[in-house]
Design a protein around this ligand. Structure first.
Ligand SMILES: Nc1ncnc2c1ncn2[C@@H]1O[C@H](COP(=O)(O)OP(=O)(O)OP(=O)(O)O)[C@@H](O)[C@H]1O
Ligand SMILES: Cc1ncsc1CCO
Ligand SMILES: [Mg+2]
Length: 273
């Protein structure tokens, strides 16, 4: 099932327009290429509408948002919505500053999103559910685990209904929901959180999968998550004693590049709730 969605990515090579942060911009471009898409980064307000209109998906990442890029995001998203081009949001650092929260309110008020992916602290902040945001990383007390899985699943469903789009919450277990059903995706490795930008890359992969499979937003999101989780594990297995987060970052990108459709189908670990 997921293999077919990956095949569509590799066959259609969807162009993904990214307005993203300057920390992980190169990683985002490379992961989109690795999975089989084609990235373009552009954030000047004078060209974003034109570029979005020629793209298959628009990815907005709030990591280093500023007055200029917030305006560009709103212009690009309006164009996307007008042309039925899916818009995907990564609300990096939601709940951690007034600027971020104001920008999020504006975006949620004006834009129809296909999917939003964040860590639990960020998604809680979107719903104003007392997030204890800690910079761009998840607050430990917000983290999804086996012990609180049931309530996290309920929360994900509630969030998807409230925000009227697919919600993906990453962590030791990833949860994806459209408000009706929730997929719990297993895998990954805790070392992935020691690399900056695995989350940004994951959201970029979700955008790429949705770009190639616009009528299967939920499954496309699950497929992207299953894929990065498998590739995160493969990357960790490849590490030697001398390797750290820099090598792991590259190993994960390489694993995404090399993962076949059959392997994705065979190795994806998930259950529906
Ligand atoms: N403890 C963990 N165990 C297994 N996988 C993990 C763990 N923590 C994160 N991951 C995986 O890492 C990927 C990124 O998720 P994470 O929640 O760290 O994103 P993030 O906080 O937005 O990261 P960033 O903002 O640095 O890009 C996901 O695929 C997730 O499954
Ligand atoms: C570290 C960092 N700061 C703003 S964006 C970003 C990348 C990970 O989200
Ligand atoms: Mg993040």
């Amino acid at each position: 099932m997921f293999g077919e969605l990956l095949e569509n990515v590799r066959r259609n090579v969807p162009l993904v327009h990214n307005i993203t942060n300057y920390v992980t911009v190169n990683d985002v471009a490379n992961i989109i290429l690795a999975v089989g898409g084609s990235p373009i980064m552009a954030d000047d307000e004078r060209e974003v509408a034109e570029i979005t209109s020629k793209s298959r998906a628009l990815y907005l990442n709030l990591g280093t948002l500023n007055t200029r890029t917030i305006k560009s995001m709103l212009i690009a998203a309006e164009e996307a919505n007008k042309n039925n081009i899916p818009v995907i949001l990564d609300p990096v650092g939601a709940g951690f500053s007034k600027l971020r929260d104001e920008a999020i309110d504006q975006l949620l008020g004006q834009v129809k999103f296909s999917a939003i992916r964040g860590n639990m602290s960020e998604i809680k902040a979107l719903l104003k559910k007392g997030s204890q945001a800690k910079g761009v990383d998840v607050q430990v007390s917000d983290q999804i685990g086996q012990d609180n899985l049931k309530s996290c699943v309920e929360f994900a469903k509630q969030a998807a209904r409230a925000l009227q789009c697919v919600i993906a919450i990453s962590g030791p277990i990833d949860i994806v929901s459209d408000g009706e059903v929730a997929y719990c995706v297993y895998g990954g490795d805790k070392l992935m959180s020691r690399i900056t930008g695995t989350g940004c890359q994951l959201t970029a992969m979700i955008a790429t999968f949705i770009g190639a499979n616009p009528r299967k937003v939920l499954l496309a999101s699950v497929a992207a998550i299953a894929m990065i989780d498998i590739c995160g594990e493969q990357g960790v297995r490849r590490m030697t004693d001398l390797d750290g987060n820099a090598s792991l970052r590259n190993y994960i990108i390489d694993a995404v590049f090399n993962l076949t459709e059959t392997e994705l189908d065979k190795e994806a670990r998930y259950e529906t709730k």
